[in-house]
Write a protein that binds this ligand. Structure first.
Ligand code: ADP
Ligand code: MG
Length: 232
């Protein structure tokens, strides 16, 4: 496993958001973590990145315990992040946002040119300030920024949210492309249908607890199971 999350309990103050959450992601695997709004998906990502530390349990990346590692070290080790709100520097150009995110790990570092081949509109947006981009353009920049950081695993927080269908299709075909290059993805989504269309394995989280974990095909093909777990 490239990522092992083992029994994490995470709190916001007194409020417990995660209850013994455990799952693993294999190298090059696409893993979908599904669940409704407020289930604990973003908190799981924040716990992996050390942005909100679990009170109990461990997070391992490539076998190394990173539960208490600083976020920048976890990123350096090869964990990329595409946040739900993109978090680009609004007053900087696309080019600048990508250049400051470049780093090297043991995994493949994508060049800015390569990210423009994946998302062709990027080439023409390089000198634009990020605050002037559309939602879809921002998402392309956010993914390109993760790739130039040389990730072995990318954490995607609601990658389909608020995007036009064409952009959603591009984003998910990029996730499949990453898999072919042996880069793993953890996709956190309310949109189970789109995430299950590319995932190898999946888990359902509900009220901070993992309710189900298994092959994505099982959830894709078993309508009754999906209805019971996800209501669609
Ligand atoms: N900054 C925060 N402070 C307090 N509670 C929070 C905070 N962020 C999230 N929560 C709570 O933690 C729970 C899980 O939230 P979150 O992980 O954001 O869910 P999801 O991403 O699945 O929608 C929710 O009950 C939410 O209200
Ligand atoms: Mg969320």
């Amino acid at each position: 496993m490239i990522l092992e999350v083992d029994g994490i309990d995470t709190f916001y103050g007194e409020t417990q958001a995660l209850f013994g959450v455990s799952f693993g992601v294999a190298p090059g695997e696409i893993f979908a973590l599904l669940g409704p709004n407020g289930a604990g998906k973003t908190t799981t990502i924040r716990s992996i990145l050390g942005l909100t530390r679990p009170a109990r349990g461990t997070v391992r990346f490539e076998g190394r315990n990173v539960t208490f590692a600083p976020t920048h070290e976890i990123a350096r080790a090869g964990v990329g992040w595409v946040p739900d709100d993109r978090r680009l520097c609004p007053t900087l150009t696309v080019s600048r946002n990508l250049n400051i995110a470049r780093k090297r790990s043991k995994f493949r570092a994508w060049t800015i040119k390569e990210t423009c081949e994946i998302f062709t509109p990027l080439e023409y947006l390089m000198e634009r300030e990020c605050e002037n981009l559309s939602g879809g353009e921002m998402q392309m920049v956010a993914i390109a920024r993760a790739l130039v950081g040389s990730p072995g695993l990318v954490l995607f927080d609601e990658p389909s949210q608020g995007l036009a269908p064409k952009i959603v299709a591009d984003v998910f075909s990029t996730i499949e492309r990453l898999k072919r290059e042996n880069v793993a993805s953890l996709i956190v989504e309310q949109n189970a249908q789109i995430a299950l269309s590319v995932a190898d394995r999946a888990a359902v989280i509900d009220h901070g607890t993992i309710a189900w974990i298994g092959a994505a095909s099982e959830l894709r093909n078993d309508n009754a199971l999906r209805q019971r777990l996800l209501g669609n």
